[in-house]
Design a protein around this ligand. Sequence first.
Ligand code: SF4
Length: 327
Amino acid sequence: MVNLMAPGGTKQMAIDALECGADSVFIGSKGWSRRPASDELTDLEMKEVIQFAGNTGKEARIAINVMPCPDEIPLFLHKVEQYFAWGAAGVMICDPGCIHLVREHFPDVDIHVSVTAGLFNIEDIHFYRSMGANLVIIPYRWGVAEIEQVRNKVDVGLEAFLFQTPHRGWICPGRCWSSSYLNIDRWVDEEGKDHCIGSASRGGSCHRICQGEWRRWKADEPTPFTPRLKGSPELLLSEIPAYIELGATCFKLPGRERSTRLVCELVRFYRRVLDYVLAGHSEVDAFVPEWEALRQWWVEERVSRDNGRLHHANAMLREPENRVLNC
Ligand code: SF4
């Protein structure tokens, strides 16, 4: 069984993605899933999506992948318990202690190691397995050869991200805290969750400062170098047959911040690709023109969204009271 998992940045996106052919959706509660509040759901909406998925023979999985403070742990556990009581099929967590805690309380549920745990190597996979996780995301930096090397050495489900950074081997998702230094807004909600805007790991969203304009000076060179810290990602296609051959059981499409229209087109596209490969075909070249058009659409939405986020951060920093960076 291969699971196509789609993003649910809104209740409507989650329901539409399931209706367009996704087997499951992942959704996150406000302040708990590393996204802006606009791309997270209220608990009432979470319940409605979980129940819609269950009623249609599909699944909802919960991204609860921030790093809670000590006094937020009881609330974290309460939320997880509530989502499972409503019928959630699994949770995505990056904090090792929280993985261990959830496994202790819920012996039979699916626990995914979130991409933001930043897995590097097989020892990391062994470690998260020992904490209680039973599904891991294939590290961005790995290609087919690396998966082949470890496949029979780990007793764990493999999840592939249908999205690859072009900086394979350089940037490790989940290990970047640079945006946290622009800690320009913060509040505690009525349940006691501390929202730190700018710090994805603490429950706010990153400001995408890697997408801004940077200048780097060298002592002996008068002209600054202007690096692009992070380029546009690629959607995955050519590796899909090999990933399936190697036993990947879950293909995760990111994009809670994208438009519902784009997410639905991507779900329809990857549904056809996966069904084609699962029918025994190993050649996906015929899908390339459509894939390139979708990638272009993806990049346009991403650039527009990231620029808006940077603009917001810059505007906030122009306010005198926000000019002190909190380290
Ligand atoms: S600043 Fe860039 S690399 Fe760092 S977390 Fe944000 S998007 Fe990722």
